[in-house]
Design a binder for this molecule. Structure first.
Ligand SMILES: O=C(O)c1cc(=O)[nH]c(=O)n1[C@@H]1O[C@H](COP(=O)(O)O)[C@@H](O)[C@H]1O
Length: 234
């Protein structure tokens, strides 16, 4: 059975990242390395964490003109990420360029509406749609551009998954009941997100900021064990 949990290793410290990855590895399906880790450690850091043997989700949320994004994805290809993120708002040609440059086996998923945003934040940037409407619109764009899936919150994943049966649905903004929400605004528990159709669960601070990250990861994995969707995974 696939473990759908990808732990977000959000730290600039390579030693700490390696120790965290090793501690939680029995309880997760992969590692998510994002901007904080990449800005400090670059491709060499990604290669170092790949040695844990866990699949690596490289979350750089690329968003630029098509030529630049295509070349950046090509430059990242030797790292053989299992999953790579771009921003759906980069538009169709950018999405096509990213997918065309991605290595075989790499899922290119596009961020729709960040889980740290709500309707008021969307209004601030000139988007009058609700997060649900905007996610649906961008999911259709991402699909028609030939990418593999989207990143959205647990609130939108059921609707998105019903419209795209073969899509990969990455869901961050996850909090076990009672844990601190922090800067996230559209939040669900990991089990709820899995039940609603998430294929991959991105979980950071509920694991990494816990006093015992391995135990936190084990408990979250156990909370998913009764889900009918347990076999879902990237
Ligand atoms: O692409 C992502 O992974 C992502 C998209 C999104 O909309 N929201 C979001 O929180 N993320 C990432 O998911 C992780 C969430 O971390 P925690 O809030 O600590 O669980 C961070 O690494 C974010 O960069």
């Amino acid at each position: 059975m696939t473990n759908a949990i990808y732990v977000a290793i959000d730290t600039p410290d390579l030693g700490q990242a390696r120790a965290l990855a090793e501690a939680v590895s029995p309880h997760v399906g992969g590692l998510k390395l994002g901007l904080e880790f990449f800005a400090a450690n670059g491709p060499a850091g990604v290669a170092a964490l790949s040695k844990t043997g866990l699949p690596v989700f490289l979350d750089l949320k690329l968003h630029d003109i098509p030529n630049t994004v295509g070349k950046a994805v090509a430059a990242l290809a030797p790292l053989a990420p299992a999953v790579l993120t771009v921003h759906a708002a980069g538009g169709r040609e950018m999405l096509q360029a990213a997918k065309a440059a991605a290595p075989n086996g790499c899922k290119v998923v596009a961020v729709t509406v960040l889980t740290s945003l709500d309707s008021a934040d969307l209004a601030d940037i000139g988007v009058s749609s609700t997060p649900a409407e905007q996610v649906a619109r961008l999911a259709d764009l991402v699909r028609s551009a030939g990418c593999d899936g989207i990143v959205c919150s647990g609130e939108e994943v059921a609707a998105a998954a019903s419209r795209w049966p073969k899509g990969v649905f990455v869901v961050p903004g996850l909090r076990p009941a009672g844990s601190a929400v922090g800067d996230q605004k559209r939040v669900l528990t990991p089990a709820e997100a899995l039940d609603r159709g998430a294929s991959l669960l991105v979980i950071g601070r509920p694991i990494t900021a816990a006093s015992n990250p391995a135990e936190a990861a084990r408990a979250i994995a156990a909370s998913l064990a009764s889900s009918p969707a347990l076999t879902a995974g990237a």
